[in-house]
Design a protein around this ligand. Structure first.
Ligand code: HPA
Length: 250
């Protein structure tokens, strides 16, 4: 059975030990290689496919990820719904490390990434509607799941997608805050818009790994990020295990 549900695993979620793995597949696309092999498995009654965004061994930095290949392959194998997990920095009060965030808006500050399928061999120019960048229905399911599990979650927030791989300056974060951003990460775009171009239902489940630059005390360390994510991603697994079995797959 081809899975209708995909999970894109972000930092600290390169494997999903709660998935009952059935098989793996390494595929190529007209856009090149996806980040990782596709890992097929079951979550309850649901067939699910897992893709590690940064590669199986976490070697791909955000600006080197082949977002087009990742989304294209998921669409090609019949996926309809994509849950993207992500680590982010917290910008606004209330966004402390460990918080869950389900963004409903995004601002794209990335550059130089292949960000569309609609550029070559077109019969006409295509502009997708992106007013609501995330699927409201899938977001609702994630939010309800988080509520059921008693998790601290921000149910509406704006994600700033920055280029990386360096973290931001304090002034850049102040600017993002003025722009209305609540959280900051490096992989939200063009992932979300490519998913929309393919008609995929896409929602993100972000875990705050650190206070964004200038918002916490001192420098941001990878140790701090990894420590916060280790517990955060355990929670993500619980959330996925609750939400996915109840998703419709048609
Ligand atoms: N900035 C950008 N991306 C991130 C951060 C951050 O502070 N933390 C985790 N991913």
């Amino acid at each position: 059975m081809r899975p209708a549900i995909a999970i894109i695993g972000g930092t600290c979620l390169a494997t999903l030990d709660t998935l009952k793995i059935t098989h793996r597949e390494t595929l190529s696309t007209p856009y090149g290689e996806p980040s990782s092999p596709l890992i097929y498995g079951e979550f309850g009654e649901r067939n699910v496919v897992f893709l590690a965004r940064h590669g199986q061994h976490h070697t791909l930095p955000p600006h080197r990820i082949n977002y087009r290949a990742n989304l294209w392959i998921l669409h090609h194998i019949g996926v309809k719904q994509v849950i993207a997990t992500a680590a982010v920095g917290g910008i606004r009060t209330g966004m402390e490390p460990g918080t869950f965030a389900f963004p409903d808006q995004i601002i794209d500050y990335t550059w130089g990434r292949h960000s569309t399928f609609f550029e070559d061999n077109l019969t006409h120019v295509t502009h997708i509607d992106f007013t609501e960048p995330y699927c409201p229905e899938l977001r609702k399911r994630l939010i309800q799941g988080a509520r059921d599990l008693g998790m601290t979650a921000r149910e509406s927030c704006t994600y700033a997608a920055t280029q990386g791989p360096r973290l931001e300056t304090a002034a850049e974060i102040r600017r993002l805050e003025k722009d209305g951003c609540d959280i900051v990460g490096m992989t939200g775009m063009p992932e979300a818009s490519l998913a929309r171009e393919l008609g995929l239902h896409y929602a993100a489940c972000a875990v705050v790994a650190n206070w964004a630059a200038g918002k916490g005390a001192g420098a941001i360390t990878m140790t701090e990020i990894e420590r916060n994510l280790a517990s955060g991603m355990e929670q993500v697994k619980k959330l996925l295990a609750r939400v996915i079995p109840a998703l419709e797959t048609s």
